[in-house]
Design a protein around this ligand. Structure first.
Ligand code: NOS
Ligand code: ZN
Length: 384
């Protein structure tokens, strides 16, 4: 139910609005056509489809399983074709280009270097290939009239035992394209405390990290991520809703953990479509993001895996505008929240907010004012 308020953004405005993306997997965002090209180059013949459109649909449907474990199986195909410097460079460059085209001005893109070593690359070569690809994508975007800045988050897989090594890698490249660290993979049975050594190391180095928590598993996972591991942000964190009680009269009571998350302004990297696919939420309208936004949690909007979810930042916002009647002001609020929560230095975040995000939204809002003026004066040639 969307009422046509002056501030209700159109699809075109949503696309042009400056957006900030904190949670997006490099190996979950390939163009289907690129997967087919790279599979041909690599002699990988296990792709379920060889037509790009059909392959895109296959990923979406296969990921629509209701279980995080089944959802994650689809990454075998994308990782299989991301095993050379050229492939990683191409995928990273296209990622930056696609995001810029969609109006993303700042993005932190994550991937697990340990999943790209099958054909002999070293961890360092993987990181350098991806970083070079991001720089190339930023250049191409600029040539097309878009500005984007992309930083990398290095992910360690939670079922594996390389977290400390990957954390050290993230620290080594921190002034060279890498802005932080993450752990991902199946959540149930793999609590974040398994990797405590990595988190303690990063804290000693004054470095930043986020942890996938509260997606397929509930409050204990969020609690561990924050109170044992010291995460700066929560990947998803959607199950924090289990610690919030809404009474019949609409009054709200936060449990200790939910209160802590809100009081300490812990950023929640919400990914609505991904959550519907893995069964963490039932519908957009029922997604906890609605209540969390109302309660002023530090909520952000993200894509998680654009390929598996057939989504983009614009599409995530379109769904939320439709479900909750969000306005450009709400979009700006989510975007400023995300920029405040980024892992780049404070002065750079502030400059992005003041010099890019706020003017961008002001421009979109002023277009509406202008259109009104033209319409009431009876002219039919409203400026676009
Ligand atoms: O939503 C998610 N939850 C947990 N793990 C994920 C999610 N999306 C992707 N990955 C995992 O992260 C790896 C590195 O990018 C991917 O290969 C996938 O296994
Ligand atoms: Zn994720």
């Amino acid at each position: 139910m969307t009422s046509e308020t002056p501030n209700t953004p159109t699809a075109d405005q949503i696309r042009r609005a400056p957006k900030v993306l904190l949670h997006d997997h490099l190996d979950g965002g390939l163009r289907p056509g690129t997967i087919i090209d790279l599979a041909r180059d690599a002699g990988y013949d296990a792709l379920p489809e060889t037509d790009a459109d059909k392959l895109g649909i296959w990923f979406r449907e296969a990921a629509d399983s209701g279980s995080l474990e089944r959802y994650l199986e689809t990454f075998a195909h994308t990782c299989a074709v991301m095993q050379t410097r050229d492939a990683l460079f191409r995928v990273a460059a296209e990622c930056a280009e696609d995001l810029a085209e969609d109006g993303v001005v700042y993005a932190e893109i994550r991937y697990a270097p340990e999943q790209h070593l099958e054909q002999g690359l070293t961890l360092e070569e993987v990181v350098e290939a991806v970083t070079d690809g991001f720089r190339e994508g930023e250049r191409r975007a600029k040539a097309n009239g878009h500005r984007i800045r992309v930083g990398a988050l290095l992910t360690a897989m939670r079922h594996a035992a390389r977290a400390l090594e990957i954390a050290e890698l993230a620290n080594r490249y921190r002034d060279n394209g890498v802005v932080g660290f993450d752990i991902a993979g199946a959540e149930a049975g793999f609590p974040p405390t398994r990797h405590l050594d990595a988190f303690e190391y990063l804290k000693r180095e004054n470095n930043h990290f986020t942890i996938h928590a509260g997606e397929a598993f509930g409050l204990p996972s969020i609690w561990q991520a924050l109170q044992w591991c010291g995460a700066d942000r929560l990947g998803h964190g959607v199950r924090i809703i289990d610690d919030i009680e809404v009474a019949a009269d609409g009054s709200v009571k936060l449990g200790r953990l939910a209160a802590y998350v809100r009081d300490k302004r812990i950023p929640l990297e919400m990914c609505p479509t991904s959550n519907l696919q893995t069964g963490a939420a039932d519908s957009y309208a029922a997604h906890p993001i609605g209540l969390l936004r109302k309660l002023h949690f530090r909520t952000t909007v993200n894509t998680d895996n654009r390929l598996m979810s057939g989504t983009s930042m614009s599409r995530e916002f379109e769904h939320l505008v439709e479900a909750f009647g969000y306005t450009l002001d709400d979009m700006q609020w989510f975007t400023v929240n995300a920029m405040k929560s980024a892992f780049i230095p404070f002065d750079e975040r502030l400059a992005m907010i003041n010099d890019v995000i706020k003017p961008g939204y002001a421009e979109l809002k002023s277009e509406w004012l202008f259109r009104q003026t033209v319409t009431t004066s009876g002219s039919s040639s409203a400026r676009g």
